[in-house]
Design a protein around this ligand. Structure first.
Ligand SMILES: *[C@@H]1O[C@H](CO)[C@@H](O)[C@H](O)[C@H]1NC(C)=O
Ligand SMILES: *[C@@H]1O[C@H](CO)[C@@H](O)[C@H](O)[C@H]1NC(C)=O
Ligand SMILES: *[C@@H]1O[C@H](CO)[C@@H](O)[C@H](O)[C@H]1NC(C)=O
Ligand SMILES: *[C@@H]1O[C@H](CO)[C@@H](O)[C@H](O)[C@H]1NC(C)=O
Ligand SMILES: *[C@@H]1O[C@H](CO)[C@@H](O)[C@H](O)[C@H]1NC(C)=O
Ligand SMILES: *[C@@H]1O[C@H](CO)[C@@H](O)[C@H](O)[C@H]1NC(C)=O
Length: 873
């Protein structure tokens, strides 16, 4: 019997470097047992699959097997790409997805602290920002709640993480799916012990949830009495794969975790990714799943990270801490306040060190960028002051070290503080003012020296970006105009635990930090309200309704776009205490072409007395998401403008008796703006009583996503038009070149996408091929069956398909492939179905279905042709 299976990734015979797709590995989803039972005599759907594969002579290797009825039944298989369409057509196969590699969100900074520092003032600053301090004061600390952390493992030997493993300890269990040596591209070596002594990421995450109070830093985890299970999916370095993440999600679910938290992800923009789908199904079963929004804010909008894109998971953005954990140095010889330097650990100097500046000019631009002069004294007993700028920090520090320098302070050349990389040198950043002052004292010949208290020097520098969305936090929305991220939590400049071998404590930044903060906060809510499925499923709405909107800048102005802050900074005390239930909390308006302008929400008063609510529209800033000059999305952080939507409410006031509810009708009129920059607008309907304030969030785009150009066909990248043919040495082919297709003598096609596509294809065509003039096509004749016709795309005849993928993210405007700046596909001699490419003169036709386009309509595709090349075996 013929069944058509949905292939998430259709055909691929080629090596490629397309985004995060791992060649030759597939996640195969199977019909579950109950639906197969009647037809099959096999014990399990897996046995039926393997038997079918053997019968057809398809070689395969099982990487993982999934068997959680109602969530995910299937396997991760290595199969030759040429066979994958046969696998997809097997009876019992529901879907096939390519495996994706997944990284820890880029680490923003890491500074090591050490125990012994005095209690910091405002140590619990992140708890104060979110009302967690008030929840702790009520004795709610996560007791009885189980949180599964899917990460790099945990150093459970840490004294503030329970100093042990197994029942009775804080870290009650877990599993290591991969082993220390796993890099994301070698074979995992699993064992039952998720100890992390080499990476540290998961230990930092664990401390944000669970660090015990009473430590020298005066901090504690958000839910320090919760129980933790550690599911280790990363080795000491490198990335992981989404088939491993699915394994971990299912294990955490089957082991009874109330909450699963994942500080990981990769650029996507689509909600369809396999791990996100599994995570979303776990939420539908009544569990909480929190996932990092990503640290790719620099690349602008339409860059949402998966699996955080999973429909019902809570995707978490980052807000900067109100303070930056630092250390103070003491000034001697001249009366002056201490000098704060950006390090969580004291610089290792017991003695008082004389100040030496490499330049007496505090405006020097290239201080210590070349070897220091012969006249430089021995610097080994000095603290050396050097100005930031021109060359790398490490270059400056190496030049200073060449003269014996051991302890260095780099003064900023701009206002404020930012994290810097100093390699293995003992160096830290100080402010521009402090640097200028030290230089002027040194230049005047004053006898000035500094000491570095080895304990008691810890200090908090007020942050200039306190409470704002962190610059690195990734922007949504998704390509189907879903609201991602969902909420924000503190993630910028967070002090937490590290493995003992890596210094025990340290400061890191990232949505990796905001995500466990939200998981811990969810544990507090579940402890307070119960762990029932309805409460867990309602948690995202509760956090959204009670969040605090975040401003775009510190000056009075617009609120930040909801495309990067989600509904705002979570307020855990309000989420627990509220007597008003609002739903839904997200009004998804879509783009103007698919505008859904009239929507409703319900307000319910669950309290015991009558409450009057005032309803108002609170707009947030609008962002222009595309740069009409480059064609690429505008880089972040994106400035906001005040071109707001107009919002009409059916009522501006509502009074509800105890238990009563009311439905409010909302009509949203998008701002009248040009669609050329695909503006994203957003805001809130505020629902305020005398006791509390809640809100419903809305978000939409001006324009039609379908009008967005997918392919970059300009010459801005290489000076050559794209898509370009690269020759075997990786250079853009200048003239028509002949390839034997054997060995390395293969051409590849390089392309860049301004926007994502739900369906991408590369076809081989003859050199005389012309892209049809689309308007002349009779649409109704072009019914193209999805994935079934290897020799035509939406009615356009080709010589055969080289590669086909669905749900492909856009590229970034970075210049390298590692940062997703472009994609390549190598022509290795065969079509996707394994048949050989014959001698001839060819071009490659790239086709992309436009976002929200109809796969059967040629007019909804964008097609782009390479230059000519010759194949002669
Ligand atoms: C499993 O099969 C049963 C019976 O056909 C069906 O009701 C159920 O929805 C299926 N579950 C999933 C997750 O597909
Ligand atoms: C650290 O130094 C700053 C700047 O001089 C000062 O304001 C602060 O009080 C000091 N903090 C501690 C804990 O000494
Ligand atoms: C500072 O003194 C302590 C105690 O004597 C010693 O353990 C440590 O190694 C010294 N550090 C440096 C950098 O000299
Ligand atoms: C927006 O419209 C597109 C096209 O109809 C649709 O595919 C998508 O699901 C819609 N998004 C939402 C959030 O409704
Ligand atoms: C590839 O192209 C570059 C630039 O035209 C050229 O210098 C190089 O020799 C070519 N490589 C081969 C193997 O043809
Ligand atoms: C490419 O062709 C041009 C003439 O069209 C010629 O001048 C040039 O030398 C050729 N370059 C190579 C690398 O063969």
């Amino acid at each position: 019997m013929f069944r058509s299976s949905r292939l998430s990734f259709l055909l691929l015979a080629l090596p490629y470097a397309l985004g995060r797709i791992v060649p030759g590995q597939y996640i195969v989803e199977l019909e579950n047992v109950s639906s197969l039972g009647a037809k099959r005599s096999y014990g399990s759907p897996h046995d039926a699959l393997y038997s079918d594969l053997q019968k057809r002579g398809i070689a395969y290797n099982v990487q993982a097997q999934y068997d959680t009825q109602g969530i995910f039944v299937g396997a991760s298989l290595s199969v030759s790409p040429e066979e994958i369409s046969s696998v997809a057509s097997l009876s019992g196969v529901k879907a096939v997805h390519p495996v994706h590699s997944v990284s820890q969100p880029k680490r923003i900074n890491a500074r090591v602290a050490k125990a012994g520092d005095a209690t910091l003032p405002d140590a619990e600053s992140t708890h104060i920002m979110t009302g967690v301090d008030k929840v702790h004061a009520q004795g709610i600390t996560g007791k009885g709640i189980k949180i599964g952390i899917i990460d790099t493992g945990i150093d459970y030997n840490h004294p503030y993480l329970g100093a042990g493993f197994g029942s009775g300890f804080k870290v009650i269990g877990g599993y290591d799916f991969v082993g220390d040596a796993y890099t994301g591209s070698n074979t995992p070596v699993p064992d039952s012990d998720p100890l992390d002594q080499c990476n540290g990421h998961g230990t930092h995450v664990a401390g944000i949830i669970g660090a015990n109070p009473g430590n020298d830093f005066g901090i504690s985890g958000v839910a320090y009495e919760a129980s933790i299970s550690s599911y280790r999916v990363f080795g000491c370095t490198g990335s992981t794969q989404d088939d491993v993440i699915i394994d971990a999600l299912l294990k955490g679910y089957n082991e009874g975790m109330h909450i699963l938290t994942l500080s990981l992800g990769g650029v996507d923009g689509w909600i369809e990714g396999a791990a996100g789908v599994v995570a979303s199904r776990i939420v539908d079963k009544g569990k909480v799943v929190t996932i990092a929004a990503g640290n790719e804010g620099a690349y602008g909008a339409w860059y949402a990270s998966s699996p955080g894109t999973g429909l019902d998971v809570i995707s978490v953005a980052s807000v900067d801490n109100t303070v930056i954990p630092a250390q103070n140095a003491t000034v001697h010889g001249v009366s002056h306040d201490p000098i704060s330097y950006l390090s969580a650990i004291a610089l290792p100097a017991n003695n008082t060190l004389a100040v030496y500046a490499t330049s007496k000019d505090a405006t020097v631009t290239d201080d210590a960028c070349s070897a220091l002069p012969d006249s430089t004294p021995d610097l080994s007993d000095k603290v050396v002051i050097v100005r930031r700028g021109t060359c790398s920090f490490v270059t400056k520090l190496a030049n200073i070290a060449a003269k014996g320098g051991k302890i260095m302070l780099i003064y900023n050349n701009v206002a404020g503080f930012s994290s810097i990389s100093v390699g293995d040198y003992h160096a830290a950043l100080i402010s521009a003012e402090d640097g200028a002052w030290l230089v002027s004292e040194f230049a005047s010949g004053a006898s000035i020296s500094l000491s570095f208290p080895q304990s008691g020097g810890a200090a908090n520098i007020p942050s200039a970006t306190a409470g704002l969305v962190s610059d690195f936090s990734t922007y949504g929305p998704t390509y189907d105009m879903n609201f991602k991220p969902a909420v924000a939590a503190p993630g910028g400049n967070i002090l937490s635990t590290l493995p003992l071998a890596l210094g025990a404590w340290g400061v890191e930044s990232g949505t990796s930090m905001a995500t466990p903060f939200t998981a811990g906060s969810a544990a507090l809510v579940l402890q307070a309200k119960g762990t029932g499925a309805d409460i867990a499923k309602g948690l995202r709405s509760l956090f959204q309704a009670t969040a605090a909107p975040v401003s775009a800048t510190t000056s009075d102005g617009d609120l930040q776009t909801l495309a990067v802050q989600g509904a705002g900074l979570i307020q855990v005390n309000a989420a627990i205490g509220t007597k008003t239930i609002v739903s839904p909390t997200q009004l998804l308006l879509n783009d103007t072409a698919h505008l859904n302008p009239i929507q409703t929400f319900k307000i319910q008063n669950t309290g015991s007395s009558t409450v009057s609510y005032k309803l108002t529209h609170v707009p947030a800033g609008t962002i222009a998401t595309f740069d009409t000059t480059t064609g690429f999305p505008v880089d972040g952080p994106i400035g906001v403008t005040s071109s707001h939507a107009t919002v009409l409410l059916s009522q501006s006031q509502v009074t509800l008796r105890a238990g009563a509810s009311a439905t409010i009708i909302v009509t949203v009129i998008p701002p009248s703006l040009s669609s050329s920059t695909l503006p994203v607008y957003s805001g809130y309907i505020r629902i305020a009583s005398s006791a509390e304030t809640q809100q419903v969030s809305y978000l939409g785009a001006v324009g039609n996503l379908k009008d967005r150009t997918v392919f970059d066909t300009t010459n801005k990248f290489f000076g050559f038009s794209l898509p370009a043919v690269l020759n075997s040495t990786g250079d853009v082919q200048q003239n028509v070149t002949t390839y034997s297709l054997s060995g390395d003598d293969q051409p590849s096609v390089l392309f860049r996408q301004f926007f994502g596509t739900p369906l991408f294809r590369a076809d081989l065509v003859s050199k005389d091929f012309k892209i049809p003039t689309l308007s002349h096509h009779k649409r109704d004749l072009l019914s193209w069956l999805f994935g079934t016709n290897a020799n035509s795309i939406a009615g356009v005849k080709t010589l055969g398909v080289l590669a086909e993928y669905d749900y492909i993210p856009r590229n970034s405007d970075a210049s390298d492939a590692a940062d997703n700046g472009y994609s390549t596909i190598v022509v290795d001699g065969t079509f996707a179905d394994g048949s050989k490419i014959k001698d001839g003169s060819y071009k490659i036709l790239l086709s992309a279905l436009r976002v929200s386009g109809n796969p059967n309509l040629i007019t909804d595709y964008e097609m782009s042709l390479t230059s000519e090349f010759i194949v002669k075996h």
